[in-house]
Design a protein around this ligand. Structure first.
Ligand code: NDP
Length: 289
């Protein structure tokens, strides 16, 4: 039976560490790190996500602010708003919640954020830094996956190096799949990125020592996709027909074959928010030198 990698517990430890770092930052600079979240429109899911981020920030002592802009906001108005946040020295992290209403180009908005305040790590400068192995801000979800992987490797007495291991990442989005592949590559894994045009995905996945599912298809990865003993990281957040939350992996089935599995909920999700807090502290610390 596979080991469950507990993201809730790990995220809680990480938040404690961030809280300590925030207190040190405050003692040093006389202010708290600042995270400003921008929500345009009234998408209910986005409203919940942004509220959770603001609440999580406050819990670790980060000064969080949520800016709610109306659905009628134009791209020019939003870009101007972002510029104001860029210019404010008390703001260390800026996050514009996606998706944006029709008529606003998300790329133009991402590009407008000062890369040193881009705590989502989506700006092309930060994506490029990750690609060339230099220090930037790394997207929160893949960072969370790496922390879960590390925690598991440490728990079984293995080192963090993935040399000789095959990692398969299903999904090639800019926010999860691609940065995830880069992080695994930086650890010396041999990485394959799979997507909707990949042929015989189950057979490919069966060759993976580390399997990351970031697709958005409920329980797509079954037991027969998994190499015995593999580490399976499930990024997906989906709803079953009955309305229950589930991942891209059929967890119960995967448990019979894998060496370790992250659950949904309670796996990658909590780590994503914890990493956002850590990215904010990192951005703040770098900005004060
Ligand atoms: P995207 O929709 O941007 O990307 C999905 C990827 O999956 C694409 O690359 C797509 O391929 C690939 N894909 C789709 N169908 C198949 C298929 N049948 N076989 C193989 N590959 C397929 O999603 P995201 O990367 O943004 O998110 C992925 C999942 O992770 C979602 O469930 C999302 O909710 C969740 N998520 C969870 C987070 C968390 O904190 N836990 C944070 C962010 C996302 P192609 O490129 O060819 O279209």
């Amino acid at each position: 039976m596979a080991r469950i990698i507990d993201g809730k517990a790990l995220a809680s430890k990480l938040r404690e560490r961030v809280a300590t770092g925030v207190a040190e930052f405050h003692a040093l600079t006389g202010r708290a790190p600042g995270l400003d979240v921008v929500l345009v429109g009234d998408d209910p899911a986005s409203a919940v996500y942004t509220r959770n981020k603001e609440k999580a920030a406050a819990e670790v002592g980060i000064r969080g602010a949520l800016h709610r802009l109306p659905t009628t906001t134009t791209e020019a108005e939003l870009l101007e708003f972002v510029q104001r946040l860029n210019a404010d020295p008390a703001i260390d992290g800026i996050l514009v919640q996606l998706p944006l209403p029709n008529g606003i180009d998300p790329n133009r908005v991402t590009d407008a954020i000062d890369p040193s305040k881009d705590v989502d790590g989506f700006h092309p400068v930060n994506a490029g830094m990750l690609c060339v192995g230099r220090e930037g801000l790394v997207p929160c979800t893949p960072r969370g996956c790496m922390a879960l992987l590390d925690a598991h490797l440490a728990a079984i007495g293995a080192g963090p190096d993935l040399g000789g291991k095959h990692a398969v990442v299903i999904g090639r989005s800019n926010i999860v799949g691609k940065p995830m592949a880069q992080l695994l590559l930086a650890r010396n894994a041999t990485v394959t990125v799979a997507h909707s045009r990949t042929r015989d995905l189950p057979a490919l996945c069966r060759t993976a020592d580390v399997l990351v599912a970031a697709v958005g298809r409920p329980k797509m990865v079954g037991a027969d996709w998994i190499k015995p003993g593999a580490i399976v990281l499930d990024v997906g957040i989906n709803r079953t027909a009955e309305g229950k939350l589930c991942g891209d992996v059929d967890t119960e089935a995967a448990m019979t074959v894998a060496g370790a599995v992250t659950p949904v909920p309670g796996g990658v999700g909590p780590m994503t928010i914890a990493m956002l807090l850590e990215n904010t502290l990192t951005a703040a610390s770098r900005r004060v030198g």
